[in-house]
Design a protein around this ligand. Structure first.
Ligand code: HEM
Length: 444
């Protein structure tokens, strides 16, 4: 795919509009959920723009995904918008590069191995059941903020230990922190970015306390922080305190924002499709689920797996990702210049009618094991990205989605309340505009 510089110069650069000086089309990108769709309609599937001061080429589709995910380090390196890079910090896995990224990914992965996930399951289940019980008693639930609180409690408890989720400051600070992650990086007291920087400082100070207490009094139960404290790198060195803080903060962000979106999309789509809800329930009834749910039992629900795959296809929590071109190359007859960014588009890939006929339709049968209704080539279903930067927490995410879906469907039916706007706000992750107002009905 790469070509010598002389050849490259003879190729056209994709068409598109750079917009304003420096700012380019950043504001549209942040505020318009159809940013990429509209420009694809105008300029074709590969187009250029400028975001956060950088020239960017947007690509989508299975071939483009394969191109990006298999050429990492040789042609591309991961990058994030400036606000995200500053706020995640220099020691977070997502901002680390090359050899250090490889070595840290190996260490962090220990917190997502099957043995670790099995250890998380009972606590995750307790927290989910606690929330369901509360919601079952309410006349009306505004579900999205409740789901946010729940996924935060799960992540804080499993990554930092029991006490963390009971600290009343952490959640509000965290919410302020997240709001600045994808914003214009203007460090003034009243900008989203400035507030987020302050919240990050408060969170890091709190995390430092939690880590120091933990070093003095190690708990019996294993959580992600315990594993990271015990971990040694290839030179047999422990992770430094600044790195531990950045890595834990990243896990909290990644494990909370995206998952909330995925769970709320599940609640929305199944709330709109009673037939699919019923089919999931029938699958569960056949399993005669008891009070205790094990990882083995959760594996016996192929239809629920299909449903969750289709939820992540239709409303992917992450719309796409960025890479920087560390050398010029060509793709599909276009010149991609060195130093520019490329953005791969998960939402647009999942909406490609050649890959997914009638793509607007919520249809779990696309993922039926007989494969009759879909031809699903590699790199066509990429909710978790791919290649060296594929989501580290994807099995954690699948576990929490499945456990939540199972407990919810087992115990409740739910109605979406009338007179609410179900359109999706997309930044940073999709959620219904009016936060998904519902009434739960107990089935017991
Ligand atoms: C449904 C839920 C989730 C979705 C859809 C999702 C999606 C993604 C995607 C698309 C990427 C790649 C971004 C890129 O290409 O630049 C990613 C990276 C990452 N995700 Fe997730 N994620 C989810 C849940 C989680 C959870 C629960 C965790 C951890 C607790 C997590 C941790 C991470 C980390 C650490 C990375 C960076 C990996 C690296 O740079 O090597 N994610 N995620």
């Amino acid at each position: 795919m790469t070509t010598s510089p002389t050849n490259l110069d003879s190729l056209p650069i994709p068409s598109g509009d750079f917009g304003l000086p420096w700012l380019g089309e950043t504001l549209d990108f942040l505020n318009d959920g159809d940013f990429s769709k509209k420009r694809q309609q105008q300029f074709g599937p590969i187009f250029k723009t400028r975001l956060f001061g950088k020239n960017v080429i947007f690509v989508s589709g299975a071939l483009a995904n394969r191109f990006l995910f298999t050429k990492e380090q040789e042609t591309f390196q991961a990058t994030w918008p400036l606000s995200t890079r500053i706020l995640l910090g220099p020691n977070a896995l997502a901002t680390q590069m090359g050899e250090i990224h490889r070595s840290r990914r190996k260490i962090l992965y220990q917190a997502f191995l099957p043995r670790a996930l099995n250890g998380y399951l009972p606590k995750m289940d307790d927290i989910i059941q606690g929330y369901l019980e509360q919601w079952g008693k309410a006349d009306e639930v505004i579900w999205y903020p409740q789901l946010r609180r729940m996924t935060f409690d799960v992540a804080a408890t499993l990554f930092m230990g029991e006490g963390a989720s009971q600290n009343p400051h952490l959640f509000p600070w965290f919410e302020t922190y997240i709001q600045g992650l994808f914003s214009l990086p203007i460090p003034l007291p009243n900008t989203l970015f400035g507030k987020s920087q302050r919240a990050r400082a408060l969170l890091l100070a709190e995390l430092e306390q939690i880590i120091k207490t933990r070093q003095q009094h190690p708990p019996k139960e294993e959580d992600a922080l315990g594993m990271l404290l015990a971990a040694r790198d290839d030179n047999n060195q422990p992770l430094s305190l600044p790195e531990l803080k950045d890595q834990i903060l990243l896990l909290l962000f990644a494990g909370h924002e995206t998952l909330t979106s995925a769970l709320s999309s599940f609640c929305l789509l199944l709330g709109q499709h009673s037939d699919i809800r019923e089919k999931v329930r029938q699958e569960q009834n056949k399993l005669q689920l008891g009070q205790e749910l094990t990882a083995e039992t959760l594996k016996k629900m192929p239809y629920l797996d299909q449903v969750l795959q289709e939820v992540l296809r239709l409303i992917p929590p992450v719309g796409g990702g960025f890479r920087e071109l560390i050398q010029g190359c060509q793709f599909q007859g276009f010149h991609f210049p060195k130093g520019w960014l490329v953005s791969y588009q998960i939402s647009q890939t999942h909406a490609d009618p050649d890959l997914y006929p009638n793509p607007e339709k919520f249809d779990p049968e696309r993922f039926a094991p007989d494969g009759s209704t879909i031809h699903n080539p590699p790199f066509a279903h990429v909710p978790f990205g791919g290649g060296l930067r594929e989501c580290l927490g994807k099995e954690f995410a699948r576990l929490e989605m499945k456990l939540f879906a199972t407990r919810l469907i087992q115990q409740f039916d739910w109605t979406l309340l009338p007179r609410q706007n179900l359109e999706l706000v997309v930044t940073p992750s999709p959620r219904p505009k009016d936060n998904l107002r519902v009434k739960l009905h107990s089935l017991k």
